[in-house]
Design a protein around this ligand. Structure first.
Ligand SMILES: [Zn+2]
Length: 193
């Protein structure tokens, strides 16, 4: 599922492309639900600004894809199929997982809250019948802004923060994730010589 960061398109997306990608995502979700008849995880990256497919968003995506795999492995959930897709509208992942959708949703919420980059992942879980389990189903508060205490939606609407400050914050979170990875690899190597 990994998408090479150095191959990112890195140009502004047009409104038509954005709308087309939304339709295409819905269509492929429908196809996958029909084909695999298990819960479906649809995964994208929070990408402020007009460039959605960049080295930055791909690196954030790759971390998320790896985290979803680790999660499925730990829980013993069979991944029936998976796909990473790159387009001008940003990285997208689909995973068909043979486990109860509700359990997957709860686990991905925990992942979003515990991982350094979790705040930058948008992980939807669909039931085999195609119902999207949203944060509302689990009485979770709306997502917070990357930079302040307000909701992300409020700051997005009001254009409270400059694009460069949001991107700088994303780079910083990626840096934390890189550091965490180095540490966990180091300690894993220490405990299992
Ligand atoms: Zn804010």
């Amino acid at each position: 599922m990994r998408l090479p960061p150095e191959e990112a398109i890195g140009r502004n997306i047009t409104l038509d492309e954005l709308l087309a990608s939304r339709d295409a995502r819905q269509a492929s979700q429908g196809d996958w639900l029909k084909r695999h008849a298990v819960a479906l995880v649809s995964f994208t990256v929070v990408a402020p600004g007009p460039v959605k497919d960049s080295a930055l968003t791909r690196r954030i995506f790759n971390y998320g894809a790896a985290a979803l795999h680790t999660l499925a492995g730990k829980q013993g959930w069979p991944v029936m199929a998976q796909r990473g897709l790159a387009s001008a509208s940003g990285p997208e992942g689909l995973l068909a997982i043979a486990a109860p959708a509700r359990d997957i949703k709860l686990a991905t919420i925990a992942l979003e809250q515990s991982h350094a980059l979790g705040r930058l992942w948008d992980i939807d879980v669909l039931t085999p019948e195609g119902e999207i389990l949203s944060r509302r189903h689990f009485a979770l508060p709306a997502r917070r802004c990357l930079l302040c205490e307000q909701s992300a939606a409020a700051c997005g609407r009001g254009k409270t923060h400059s694009l460069s400050s949001l991107l700088t914050r994303m780079e910083a979170l990626l840096h934390v994730a890189d550091r965490d990875l180095v540490f966990s690899t180091y300690f894993a190597a220490k405990s299992f010589p």
